[in-house]
Ligand binder design. Structure first.
Ligand SMILES: Cc1ncc(COP(=O)(O)O)c(C=O)c1O
Length: 467
């Protein structure tokens, strides 16, 4: 038989035993397989026969092989108790985990010549050297290696509170902030603090599925509420809703901002129904035109708004740092929830980020990126208007790192067209996949973080070939 064993340094009999038992356990050598004689294998491996005999004796002692007269050494049906293959479990996950809605989407980006992947910031302009220096500084001299306040480092929360008031008009004390593993954990902490199993949660439809998943995983009943040109249609929030999740600055995925009238209506609705609002302000730092949008949090007079932010858009998604701004009365519960979830976010990353904010690096980086994103946004819209008139209708938006355009009614589905676009070297997001109660509208989400500004015209020319 063709048996390849590879021997390295160390106990040879042990290695032969391990490699054969692993193959038997994995059924690469099924029951009935006749092994080479000890002499033959010893010759092939250039080891002494006694070494192979020792390995075979051990396999036999574990019931994995036995000598059969007239046949030779054969693999038996019996599997080793020390088998490396895990036994089939009789346990079942909770039913929610079999829902296709909770499946992990494919997070790998196709290797496309023109990349409009949503949610990807500009790597080329990230100040890696500066970030590395700040992290190094922490690791070299300053890292506190013990457990720390689960709500986050006091230095970071103080720096962040100052940053939020200046950049967003959001007034929170450091004690009202919990540093989280991305916005995603902020949703999780909010749910742990406020929701009982079975509680009703309303999210925008189409909307940000990761937030939807977070609430579903808590056992909430989550319903999609339509959005129109002014944002969430407040009149359609079902009675009994305990928590409403919204993206008022830049609706995800469509891109418009919530009108003042809707903001007032939503806060009034929440007051009437004693509900909470989770405001996801994920990319509001990048606003290019119009007056600055006041967050719901800033006009909330009843402490009903939980404010969520993230460094995934302003810095990098891989950092996994976000935050939750929470009314003072809920702050200790949120701190406990974060503690239960993971004891706290990595200390040296928090400290480096605090330095990054205090030194003005964050504000500088945002200013630069705002210019870059604004140029890309305008170029994208004007080229779409020129080359895709009557085919793709860009949705008016005034900021962010992506823009959305809807396909004309007679067009094929966005998934069909996106697959075709890939054959022309263009990777573009689809809108339909963000539907909550059913497929979302037919259209494209153009992320403009990954694509260089001067590549946008050629990218759209390539896309035009498939529409
Ligand atoms: C609507 C929305 N919220 C939040 C985030 C950021 O999430 P996280 O901080 O978990 O990376 C994103 C990123 O794409 C987003 O699109």
């Amino acid at each position: 038989m063709d048996l390849h064993l590879q021997l390295g340094e160390g106990g040879l009999a042990e290695q032969i035993y391990m490699q054969l038992s692993e193959r038997i356990a994995a059924d690469v050598l099924p029951a009935g397989t006749v092994l080479p004689s000890s002499r033959e294998l010893a010759d092939r491996l250039s080891v002494s026969r006694a070494t192979v005999v020792a390995a075979y004796e051990r396999l036999a002692a574990h019931g994995l092989i036995r000598a059969r007269a007239g046949v030779g050494t054969v693999v038996t049906a019996q599997r080793s108790r020390t088998s490396t293959a895990a036994p089939a479990s009789r346990l079942q996950p909770r039913e929610i985990w079999s829902s296709a809605r909770l499946a992990v989407p494919d997070l790998t980006r196709p290797d496309a010549e023109f990349d409009f992947a949503p949610g990807v910031p500009t790597r080329a302009e990230f100040p890696f050297a500066r970030w590395r220096a700040l992290l190094n500084d922490q690791l070299r001299t300053r890292t506190d290696v013990s457990y720390a306040d689960p709500a986050g480092s006091a230095q970071l929360r103080t720096a962040l509170a100052r940053h939020l008031v200046v950049s967003r008009g959001v007034t929170v004390t450091p004690e009202q902030l919990v540093i989280t593993t991305g916005a995603q954990q902020a949703f999780d902490v909010a749910a742990r603090v406020l929701l009982d199993p079975g509680d009703l949660v309303a999210v925008e439809d189409p909307g940000y599925l990761p937030a939807y998943r977070g609430f579903v995983a808590h056992g909430a009943r989550v319903v999609g509420v339509p959005v129109d040109g002014e944002g969430l249609v407040v009149d359609q929030i079902p009675a009994g809703t305990r928590l409403v999740y919204v993206t008022p600055s830049h609706q995800f995925p469509l891109g418009m901002s919530m009108s003042d009238a809707r903001r007032t209506a939503l806060l009034a609705w929440a007051a009437r129904h004693d509900a909470a609002i989770v405001e996801d302000d994920y990319d509001s730092e990048f606003r290019f035109s119009g007056r600055p949008l006041t967050p719901l949090h800033a006009i909330d007079t009843e402490g009903r708004v939980l404010y969520v932010g993230s460094f995934s858009k302003t810095l990098l998604p891989a950092l996994r740092v976000g935050f939750l701004g929470i009314p003072a009365e809920l702050a200790e519960a949120a701190r406990r929830a974060k503690f239960v979830a993971d004891y706290g976010t990595a200390g040296h990353v928090q400290s480096a980020l605090a330095d990054f904010i205090e030194n003005g690096d964050l504000a500088r980086h945002i200013r630069r990126m705002r210019g870059t994103y604004e140029r890309r946004h305008h170029l994208l819209i004007s080229t779409l208007r020129d080359q895709f008139d009557g085919l793709l209708d860009p949705i008016e938006s005034s900021g962010g790192t992506h823009m959305t355009a809807l396909l004309a009614p007679e067009q094929p589905s966005d998934t069909t067209l996106a697959a075709r676009a890939l054959t022309e070297g263009v990777n573009v997001g689809t809108v339909s996949r963000w539907g909550i109660e059913g497929p979302g509208p037919n259209g494209f989400v153009f992320g403009y973080g990954a694509i260089a500004t001067d590549r946008i015209p050629a990218a759209l020319t390539a896309l035009r070939r498939v529409i």
